[in-house]
Write a protein that binds this ligand. Structure first.
Ligand code: 13P
Length: 254
């Protein structure tokens, strides 16, 4: 079975302004200069920057995604953005169910499933996030918690072409901490096996499972080498082109 093409996505969260275009431009330049990168590369900037980035990156290899979408396509939802609006702005993907959305906005796996289905309806790649808290890991519940989140968040029409799973242990986000490589491997194997049960062997084998949580240029190579890790979802280290490139270039042909 051929492995899926990795994806390295940068989640800028609530960071960045129009002046940050220079980072996107510089990243696109690095990517264009190195045709040997065997991975899809994406930036998910704040919504205010999506249209401008997508326009500026036309013809480049660098993809643009959103960080969240509403489950409905339009209507009376002040402040929200639909998947169709993201697609219209030039995004080709959207992150759903990030732990910060689950914590700050009380999003449940059911909400996340509806958002992912909305993304699919607008032909966006849904990057579905799952991950346990520190307490859940200490209690030995990590596999169970993530399994439950996954089955609750996965929409009916999920397949390799429209869905990516990002495993992001909550306690590893922005802390500089990462699980052991064995723990990462165990969780990614577990996610793959759950996907097999739901979608069948062939589809599950093609779904990219990203690791996220304190991925940096110094630890990216070892994390990305773990079996069933098919790329990274990167926060802080994606804000500067040079740092992000240090992670992306793990997939460059040496
Ligand atoms: P950090 O890479 O800053 O730990 O953030 C990870 C993350 O939450 C990406 O979605």
């Amino acid at each position: 079975m051929t492995k899926p093409r990795p994806l390295v996505a940068g989640n800028w969260k609530m960071n960045g302004a129009r002046a940050s275009w220079k980072e996107a431009e510089s990243l696109a330049g690095l990517l264009a200069a190195d045709p040997e990168v065997r991975a899809d590369v994406m930036l998910c900037p704040p919504t205010t920057l999506i249209a401008e980035f997508a326009q500026g990156l036309k013809g480049s290899e660098l993809l643009v995604g959103g960080q969240d979408c509403h489950g409905e396509s339009s209507g009376a939802h002040t402040g929200d953005i639909s998947a169709g609006m993201l697609a219209d702005a030039g995004a080709t993907a959207v992150i759903v169910g990030h732990s910060e959305r689950r914590a700050d906005h009380g999003e449940t796996s059911e909400d996340v499933r509806i958002k992912a289905a909305a993304a699919h309806k607008s032909e966006l790649l849904a990057i579905i996030c799952v991950g346990e808290t520190e307490t859940e890991r200490k209690q030995g519940e990590a596999l169970n918690v993530v399994g439950t989140q996954l089955s609750g968040s996965l929409p009916e029409k999920a397949q390799a072409g429209n869905t990516v799973i990002a495993y992001e242990p909550v306690w590893a986000i922005g802390t500089g901490l990462t699980p052991t490589l064995d723990d990462v491997g165990e969780m990614h194997r577990h996610i793959r096996s759950e996907l097999k049960g739901k979608l069948g062997e062939a589809e599950a084998a093609g779904i990219r499972i990203l690791y996220g949580g304190s991925v940096k240029p110094v630890n990216a190579a070892e994390l990305m080498a773990v079996t069933d890790v098919n790329g990274a979802l990167v926060g802080g280290a994606s804000l500067k082109a040079e740092d992000f490139w240090g992670i992306v270039s793990v997939y460059a042909e040496k």
